[in-house]
Each structure stands twice: as C-alpha cells, then as structure tokens.
Ligand binder design. Structure first.
Ligand code: KG4
Ligand code: ZN
Length: 437
C-alpha cells in the first residue's frame, strides 16, 4: 500500500478547507439531532481518487462518534452525538444509560458520516473501532455494530486503543515525527507517555487515583454548577474554566499534590477532598445547604483550576527533564503534545507553555474539537496502523473489548528512581493569575 506521509505535508490547505466544511456539517447534524445529508463543497467540485479510506467508530464513553479519513489526512466527513446533557442531569454517567444512547444513535451517526463524506461502505478500505479502554457496556455497542459491518461488507477491521488514538491525533494536523512526549488529560485518563512509533509507547507516569477531568466534574457537581445560568450546559471542566476567569485563585489555598514524590505520577483525589472541605466550610458560613449555588463559586473554581494546572505542569516538567537526561528525546526540536478533554483548558495550556518555554520544547495541542472524544482520531489511528502495517485484521474471530488497558511499556518506577528536582513554577503561575484577575 502507498503510504502518503509525504502528501500529508503538502495537503494542509486542503485539509483546513475540508475540515471547516466538515465542521459546519457536523455541528448542524449534531445540534438538531437528526440526519442532515451534506457533502463538502470541496469534494463536490474536485474529482477525488483516494488511496486508503478508513471509517472510524468511537463509543468508549459517552460520545457516539464516527468519521471517514483518508491517507493524506483529509477528513471527508464526521458526525457525533454527545450524551453530555443527559449525564449532566443524572449527575454522572450511568453505564446502562450510556449503552442505550449509543444503541439508539450509532447507526444514524455512521450513516450520517458516510453521507457527509460522499463515500459508500463498499469504497472503504477498513473499519477502525475503539475496543479499549472504556466503559464495557459502551465499548460493546461500537464493537458489535462494527463487527456486523465488516462481516457484511467484507472489510478489514482495525481494533483501536482509545489513548493511542488521542496521542496520534496531532500527526493528522501537524508534521510531528516520532519520538515525542504526550500528555493525555481527560475525564478518564491522565498519562505521560513518549510516543516512539505508531504502536510503541513508553509510560512515564499516570494518575494513581482519578483523572483531572473526573475531579473537575465532581467539584462542579458539588458546586451545583448546572444551576448556574451561564454554565448549565457546560461539562464540569469547562464550567470551572469559565467561572475561574472571574475568580481570585489566591483566595483559597489549595496546594498541588504529591510535592514530595519526585516522579511523574499524578493524584487528584486529595485535591477533590480539599476542595470539598472548603465548599462545606463556606456552606456553613453562608448558611446554605448542599445543592445551592454559593456566592464564592468563581474563587473556588479559580483555586481548583490553579492547583490542577500547577500539578500537571510540575509533573510534565519532570517528564521533559527525564527525557532529556536519559536521551529519550533530544534537547533540540523536541515536542510536547497535549491532548484529551482537559487539554482544551486555556489556563492549563498556558501553564504548560511556561514549562515548554523554559525547556525549549515545542508545545502542540490539537484543536479543542479533536482534543475531546471524536471519530476522526479513531479513523486517523486506523490510517496510521494501515500505513505501518500494524494490527489490521482480516478475521475478527475472538476479538473482544477490554475495559482496562494500559498504554506502552511502564518505566514510571525508573523515572521515580532518578528523582529529578523540578524548578518551582509557582511564581510564574501566580503571575499568570494576576493577568486573569
Ligand atoms: O477526552 P474527553 O472528551 O473524554 C474522556 O474523558 O475520554 O474528556 C472529557 C473531560 C471531562 O471531564 C470534562 O469536564 C473535561 O474533559 N473538560 C475540561 C474542559 N473541557 C472539557 N476540563 C477543563 N477545562 C475545559 N475547558
Ligand atoms: Zn478520550
């Protein structure tokens, strides 16, 4: 097969054109929750001869998403159904509810994707689907549907690791060669890995308890932010970011966790407990019961966001220094990629920018819509795997989903043994906050 890494470098303008038309189509179809069949203008006017076309299907958590991507990195079409509003109402994801919503939407989303792309199932080179890690009931819907498709249309199947897909998304939009450092921060994950190849990762550190997005969602729920008129439809993390802009982060003291553990692991449950303690104290002072909006939500949001940013930036700083010291990454022209839902947070990005400026790394983040779960990253991972000749199955016998799955070779203990000291970031981050106030 002809692998078009070369073409992708020259197709950026086409990609942007294709992406913007696709975005319009997608947001329409998602917004109105019904089938909208629109072909991109670009593909209507130019006869198009693709080499490889992969349909990506994502159902690992609470988004039913699909996309068709080709081997030049063009997104031909995509569609997404978010369950966010339903789960906000129930105060978190209830797996059987997520499963039911995936079941109700998957066929429509795939059909819409193919329709927007102007591609028939027969024209596809393969189907790529998230099979790990994620919610068992959610993964099951995507896998079952995909297996029926590949069986009926006799297509190769590419099982996808959700975190690998997040990590490689950047290569769809930027020219990033292996190896590079990746920080994945989302509602379910928090990991620092070195991507050495399409399916070749070194795990430097991960959360020992919950993920940052999960923590932010829990704090947002405890603050009843769905009752806030401006944030009622936002995810917890987004609501915290929004309110933090108007808050004074120094009003409450929330220290970054694990200061005496010189490794690259993360922890967010202590931060969650401390934030809850502050909230309970304030409720007592204001004579309010749990479930009522407090006057100080902006200050609490700012303090929580600041502590999360500081913690993430410190651990990432250590990972960068470790990679340089051990020769895993070169000191010149090295890249840090940050992705996952929490990577949309501008304050956290700016904290990471301070770290990359200090270490001469390039900081790259996919655009927000490719940071959160989407079908494009799955399809692109399928393309990467086809180009590398890795994990393309012609028989799906015995294929299973795996709710738990680590990524790469775990070298986190060795990282901790080196115990690299990280310069304090607090002063620079405090200055960031002053700009915000
Ligand atoms: O990657 P993602 O869409 O799904 C997975 O968890 O895999 O990430 C969702 C998470 C949620 O916890 C959400 O609260 C968080 O990303 N999030 C944010 C922001 N936007 C979404 N966290 C902080 N700041 C944001 N702007
Ligand atoms: Zn994700």
């Amino acid at each position: 097969m002809f692998c078009v890494q070369f073409f992708s470098r020259h197709a950026s303008v086409q990609k942007i054109l294709a992406m913007s038309s696709v975005t319009r189509c997608t947001s329409k179809s998602v917004k109105h929750g019904r089938s909208v069949c629109l072909r991109s203008i670009f593909f209507n006017s130019v006869k198009y001869y693709p080499t490889t076309l992969v349909l990506g299907i994502e159902t690992s958590c609470d988004d039913t998403a699909a996309a068709v991507v080709d081997d030049t990195g063009k997104i031909l079409g995509e569609a997404l159904h978010s369950q966010n509003e339903v789960h906000l109402k129930t105060g978190g994801i209830i797996p059987p509810v997520a499963q039911q919503l995936h079941r109700e939407n998957i066929e429509r989303i795939v059909k819409e994707t193919l329709c927007v792309s102007g591609i028939s199932l027969d024209e596809l080179s393969a189907v790529a689907t998230t099979v790990k890690p994620g919610l068992a009931l959610s993964l099951g819907v995507g896998l079952e549907y995909s297996l029926k498709l590949v069986d009926k249309y006799k297509k190769p199947f590419i099982p996808i690791h959700h975190m690998e897909a997040h990590a490689l998304t950047i290569r769809l939009i930027n020219q990033v060669e292996f190896p590079f450092l990746v920080l994945l921060i989302s509602g379910g994950h928090c990991i620092l890995v070195v991507a050495q190849g399409v399916s070749d990762f070194l795990l430097l550190g991960q959360s020992v308890d919950i993920a940052p997005g999960d923590m932010l969602d829990k704090v947002a729920r405890r603050l009843s932010l769905t009752k806030h008129p401006e944030c009622c439809r936002m995810s917890g993390g987004k609501a915290i970011e929004y309110l933090a802009q108007q808050g004074n982060k120094l009003h409450y003291e929330l220290r970054a966790p694990m200061r005496h553990h010189p490794n690259c692991n993360f922890s967010f449950s202590g931060l969650h407990s401390n934030a809850t303690r502050i909230i309970m104290q304030k409720e007592k002072e204001e004579g309010l019961q749990e479930g009522h909006l407090m006057s100080c939500v902006t200050d609490i949001a700012a303090a929580v966001q600041h502590a999360v940013a500081l913690h993430i930036a410190q651990r990432t700083h250590r990972a960068i220094l470790f990679c340089i010291k051990s020769g895993i990454l070169s000191q010149t022209n090295a890249t840090l990629v940050v992705s996952g839902g929490v990577a949309s947070n501008q304050y956290i990005r700016r904290a990471l920018q301070i770290v990359t400026d200090a270490t001469n790394f390039n900081l790259l983040c996919p655009p927000p819509r490719l940071c959160t779960d989407n079908g494009v990253m799955i399809a692109w991972n399928g393309i990467e795997r086809m180009c590398a000749g890795l994990g393309v199955l012609h028989s799906t016998d015995g294929i299973r989903y795996e709710p738990k799955a680590s990524l790469g070779i775990d070298i986190s203990e060795q990282v901790g043994e080196v115990a690299i000291k990280v310069p304090s970031l607090e002063v620079s981050l405090n200055e960031l906050a002053t700009i915000n106030l």
